[in-house]
Write a protein that binds this ligand. Structure first.
Ligand SMILES: [Fe+2]
Length: 165
């Protein structure tokens, strides 16, 4: 008998562990992220203990998303569809590209001729800059959660409370 993980530990985990979370993407709406509806998201997780959120992000073709800085957290991305990059950088994300951006990074996201879909895991805050490096807006886990709630309320869609954990 393998006693490295004692039966009592397994039972304790079964008693205390968080429930599984299963989300099928077709069950979630595309929520507008910006007022001009250049990008949308499907929320997958809001982790209120760390301020980390996960969403599937869709950006229309030939867009430039406002220059912004990530602070208090990093960006992890996995591109699924389309091509995109950050202005002035050498690389281009294509389907299958994994991206890590450290806290403090400032970038402007540019999409190509195709609609982009990327899975993003973010934490901290996005600070939006004007041309003079003045902060003109920001997003964080609560503004994203608010966008989701607002869209559901406006469209008679049930809010998935199980996305918060
Ligand atoms: Fe960013």
């Amino acid at each position: 008998m393998n006693d490295i993980i004692h039966q009592s530990v397994i039972e304790l985990a079964e008693k205390m562990q968080l429930p599984e979370r299963i989300v099928n993407i077709g069950e979630l709406p595309w929520v507008p992220f910006t007022d001009n509806e250049s990008c949308f998201f499907k929320p997958l997780r809001f982790d209120l203990s760390t301020g980390t959120w996960i969403y599937l992000f869709k950006i229309k073709s030939n867009q430039a998303l406002g220059r912004h800085r990530h602070t208090g957290g990093s960006v992890i991305g996995y591109n699924i569809q389309g091509k995109w990059g950050y202005e002035g950088r050498e690389w281009t994300a294509t389907p299958g590209t994994f991206i890590f951006e450290p806290p403090g990074d400032i970038h402007t996201l540019l999409t190509g001729d195709e609609e982009v879909i990327t899975l993003f895991i973010l934490s901290g805050t996005l600070q939006y800059f004007d041309d003079n490096n003045q902060i003109v807006g920001q997003d964080d886990i609560y503004t994203v959660l608010k966008k989701y709630h607002h869209y559901c309320e406006q469209n008679g869609i049930a809010i998935r409370e199980d996305l918060v954990y």
